[in-house]
Design a protein around this ligand. Sequence first.
Ligand code: OSB
Ligand code: MG
Length: 366
Amino acid sequence: MKIDRCEIREIRMKLREPFEISSGVSHHRRVLLVALHSGGITAWGECVAGETPAYSYETTETAWSILTGLILPRVPGSVMETPADLLPIFEGIRGHPMAKAAVEMAAWDLQAKAAGDSLASLVGGVRDSVTVGVSIGLQRTDDALHRKVADYIEEGYARIKVKIKPGRDVSMLRGLRDRFPDVPLMADANSAYSLDDLPRLKELDKLELMMIEQPLAHDDYLDHARLQGELETPICLDESIRSVRDAALALELGACRIINIKPGRVGGLSSAKAIHDLCVEHEMPVWCGGMLESGVGRAHNVALAALPGFTLPGDISASRRYWSEDIVTPEFVLDGGTVSVPSGPGIGVEVREDLLDVWAVRRADF
Ligand code: OSB
Ligand code: MG
């Protein structure tokens, strides 16, 4: 298959409600969508970088720069059978996995569409629906949090994840645990703590959390290993895992007992699959995280979560949890705590070109 041309669009999508984590609050998403065109097929990928370098050093701006300045100009005329054939377009670019993932994931969509297969079956998925949870941002009051949690449980989400930070942690989670004694509950700190906070983190250990996600610094494998030695609750790493080598390091050191895999964070679906395979080999459970994606990124996440090692509920909520209107049709809906894995060719959902033009902020063609 020859790739004839490609394009990148930035669209602005307003979140239905602000999403606050320990490092800041988002009111909208600047979504970068990459399209690869080959012989009448259009294939899509999404870049998950945020507006500020709080979660990762990558931002919408750095990704736009790397993609339009270096990666996308090399794409037209490339010939690929599988996404691995596109690796030369990333040569000489250290890091920037989120920028690379947008193209790599579009290449998977292209291969699947060309073969008439669903993306899920091409990546090795074994399920036709995936169990999902919901990630709830920091709320102003405990009451507001309790109302949110009650609503999401009512909607059927299979587990609740709440964001925490120092001062909005122990008593907040204890209150939640008292009110919802049986709900599968976990907390995500987005690197807000250090080992100096050990006494506070030990308090969390009493609340029967499924896991504590990324308590310490993004690059601190050693202290995560020390902390895991002090806690009964499994630590789950998110920000720390950017490649299969990071996952191998975390496994070797005992820095966590669970890994959150986000294809957009680790350079794409090939890397995500490799991390999955390594974790399965070492009997480490994994789940698919999210980055407040549009329906395009969500479709890729759903396909990945169909792999056998994804045994814990993902941060793959319904389109409506994020958006009044999604950029894809059909939208992703919640059905008994699960989201269906699309069975049509490729990502299995259509990008709404009508909305793309209305929501567009900028575009570049190659
Ligand atoms: O840490 O998992 C995270 C969103 C943006 C950046 C980082 C994170 C998140 C979420 C939301 O927790 C997950 C989702 O529902 O997409
Ligand atoms: Mg996280």
